[in-house]
Design a protein around this ligand. Structure first.
Ligand SMILES: [Cu+2]
Length: 476
């Protein structure tokens, strides 16, 4: 068995050398790491997981490649809580390359939500999406959001609106790279996290019609945010408009205690987790035969761990092997036939089952249920006919900005306590999962072909284009 796994590991390693862009791998709730891959829909194909969606009308624009496939776990997150999304250029190595994304990428970041009636079966594509966070070009720091993401080690914090009703939501990350719009076209990097939000109300969220969009379908190729020339335009003088609707952030009192998650719950008997897979305790044993049966059970679970592991990694599988299966094998060999030892106890630590967190988790410490202070834009709180907003208290944070103000509309400022520094031991080696053989979500291509005709969608090329275009532009 081990030789098979190591062979697969080698294959995966070579496959993943092809190219990389960026992928959402990890979600933190109020600073607590939920585990690499946990609650996150990402392609199982390590060679494609970091790739952009091809074509703005592709159904994969909703939750990314294979984004219609649910994952087993749904992370609980109170309304008003601070979420942190971790992005990686190399799905299982947060510090490889530039960290989250190659610096050639220039563009915006947005977060959308969609309330769904069934987290496993509701379609991510279609209506019901609304934007809660958007960041384009920050004129004060003169920084595009992708650059800021690199500076923040791939960790992006934002808060959930406090007025979300209790229910299941898909949280969609959208990184848009426009460094090569005239060549390979805009690149959309999209993933979704499955959330159970506990709020103070129940039922369906009422979204103003101008802030609700259908994905795909919310973009036109002529949208200013998709045609903006980052090399000709000075974002300081010609503001960049983040694509999509204006953010909608319903205010409210925050979570109540009554909300109960029933779907996607991490099982109580989970003694080790890798992404959306859980280990359960092996059967009791009291003689040699039973000991080897327990060993078999352990190794069978290990197989499932590796086959289920998404490109974000299989560190938890390695922990399961070393701290559980190898230990049982040793016990069976040595005549220690009463077990399992440490029955029902957690195996390893959560930190060991995920990649090390590469930096400070920003924004943690914002009190749950409190909307962040809105940066000084006196915006009208009410626009006609939206009874939801008018029914909610202070108006604070409800309507943050108009669409064309794209600088960090939703600044997760660590106003109170300092950010948490999370460190975890660095595994020296690990076995990655076998490479997937199929690519279920073959994208529909509507974008123009890459200039070089290669696999790469113009990322590094963008840097070269930058120089070339600067030269061209000087002649105009
Ligand atoms: Cu790219």
């Amino acid at each position: 068995m081990r030789s098979i796994l190591f062979t697969a590991a080698l294959a995966t390693t070579f496959a993943s050398l092809a190219t990389a862009h960026t992928v959402l791998t990890t979600v933190f709730v109020n600073g607590v790491n939920q585990g690499d891959g946990t609650c996150i829909r990402m392609s199982k194909n390590p060679d494609r997981a970091t790739f952009p969606i091809e074509g703005i009308n592709n159904a994969n624009m909703a939750c990314g490649l294979e984004g219609a496939n649910p994952v087993a776990f749904t992370c609980p997150a109170p309304a008003g809580s601070t979420l942190t999304f971790a992005f990686r250029e190399w799905a299982d190595e947060p510090t490889k390359g530039a960290g989250p994304i190659d610096p050639s990428h220039i563009g915006s970041i947005a977060i959308y939500l969609k309330q769904v009636s069934n987290i496993a079966t509701s379609s991510p594509s279609g209506g019901g999406w609304f934007k809660i966070y958007s960041s384009g070009y920050d004129s004060s720091s003169k920084q595009w959001s992708a650059k800021k993401l690199i500076a923040d080690k791939g960790l992006l914090s934002f808060s959930l609106p406090s007025g979300l009703p209790t229910g299941y939501y898909l949280a969609r990350s959208e990184i848009l790279a426009i460094h090569d719009v005239s060549g390979s076209g805009p690149q959309f990097f999209v993933n979704c996290a499955q959330l159970f939000v506990s709020g103070s109300t129940s039922g369906t969220l009422s979204i103003p019609s101008d802030k609700q969009v259908s994905i795909p379908g919310y973009l036109k190729s002529s949208d200013p945010g998709l045609t903006y020339n980052v090399y000709e335009s000075n974002p300081g003088s010609k503001p960049y408009t983040v694509v999509g609707p204006a953010p909608f952030r319903p205010g409210g009192p925050g979570p109540s205690t009554a909300a109960k998650q029933t779907d996607g719950v991490i099982p109580a008997g989970c003694i080790l987790k890798n992404a959306n897979w859980c280990a359960k305790e092996v059967p009791d044993y009291a003689n040699e035969n039973e000991c080897w049966k327990a060993s078999d059970d352990c190794w069978a679970q290990l197989d499932k761990c590796y086959t289920s592991a998404p490109p974000s990694g299989s560190r938890g599988c390695k922990v399961w092997q070393e701290k559980k299966c190898d230990v049982i094998v040793e016990a069976c060999r040595s005549g220690d036939w009463k077990g399992p030892r440490n029955k029902g106890q957690k195996v390893g630590t959560d930190g060991e089952s995920s990649a090390p967190v590469p930096g400070r988790v920003p924004g943690v410490g914002t009190a749950p249920g409190v909307e962040e202070p809105v940066t000084p834009t006196p915006t009208p709180v009410e626009e006609g006919g939206d009874d939801y907003e008018s029914g909610e208290g202070s108006g604070e944070g409800e309507e943050e900005e108009e669409e064309d103000e794209d600088e960090e509309v939703d600044v997760p400022v660590p106003t109170t306590r300092g950010a948490v520094v999370v460190t975890t031991p660095v595994p020296t080696t690990f076995v990655t999962r076998p490479a997937a053989t199929t690519d279920a979500g073959a994208p529909v291509t509507t974008a123009p072909p890459a200039q070089g005709g290669g696999k790469k969608k113009g990322c590094k090329k963008g840097t070269k284009n930058y120089r070339r275009r600067l030269g061209e532009n000087q002649g105009r």
